[in-house]
Structure formats: C-alpha cells, structure tokens
Design a protein around this ligand. Sequence first.
Ligand SMILES: [Cu+2]
Length: 162
Amino acid sequence: MMRSRWTLFGGIAGLVLLTAACSSGDDAATASPAASNTNVASPVATTNAAAATCPANSGLTGNINDHGAVAAAGTTMEVEAGDSFFSPTCVTALQPGIVTMVVSNTGAALHNVSIANQNIDMDVAPGELITVQIKLDGGAVPYVCKYHRTSGMVGSLIPAGT
Ligand SMILES: [Cu+2]
C-alpha cells in the first residue's frame, strides 16, 4: 500500500516539475500556488479510489453514512474515523482469517469500534489511532461506533467471494 502511495506522489511530483519546466520564467509566481495544491492523496492508502459505495452484502442496516468501498490490499487496512463516519466504510475482497484494522480518529469527537459478537469495544480519541484485530470467516463483519451508530457511523469488512 505504501509503495503505491509513494509511486502516486512521485508521479504527481514529476508532473508538476515537468509543467513548471515547460512554463516560461515569467509564470513562476503563478506556478507556485498550483504546485502547493497537489496534495491530492487521501489520508487512507487504498488501491482504488473510493468511488464505489458499500455493496449490498455488507450486512449493514439502518442509517449508513457511506464513504465508499475499497478492495483490500493484504490483511492490514487503514480506516479513518471522522465525525461521524468511517472511511472507507466498506473494505471488500478480504481473505478469511485475522485482519488488522488501523483506525485513526481525524474528527473532533471521541469515536469507537465495536463488534459485539467478538467482544470488541475500543475507543479512539481525536488525533489518536487504534489497532483492532478482527476475525473474518465466511461472511461480512459489520462494526459500529457505539456513540454515533444512529448517525450512520458504521462500517463493514467483507470477505472475498461473498
Ligand atoms: Cu463516533
């Protein structure tokens, strides 16, 4: 995941340099602001842009603050906990087994990851991150922030081939 992110950065940086090199010297003042706006990478390293929405087999019900679905790359994933959503909301194509979800709270409120039938109930304070080990077998594993569940702060981990 990290390698693809840096490759993306390298590609963007190269493009900016190329653009700057091709413009005339008089344009230096206008080129600088454009270059400073090239930080387009999402805070979550993913293989696919989060254009997709959660699939129907996510196991999520009720209010869903859907910040997209991405396919997993390996068994560790990064998920952002914002106010009040998880992004990406769904991670698909996971291999069954123990997966590791690193949840960073980028919001202002206290958030949480709870999976009742796995005895998981972990808070994550603003600016902090937690690492949650989750067991996946045959089906989707929905999780919730117990403080903001009714606001749609839910997510799901979805095994491959389901
Ligand atoms: Cu929350």
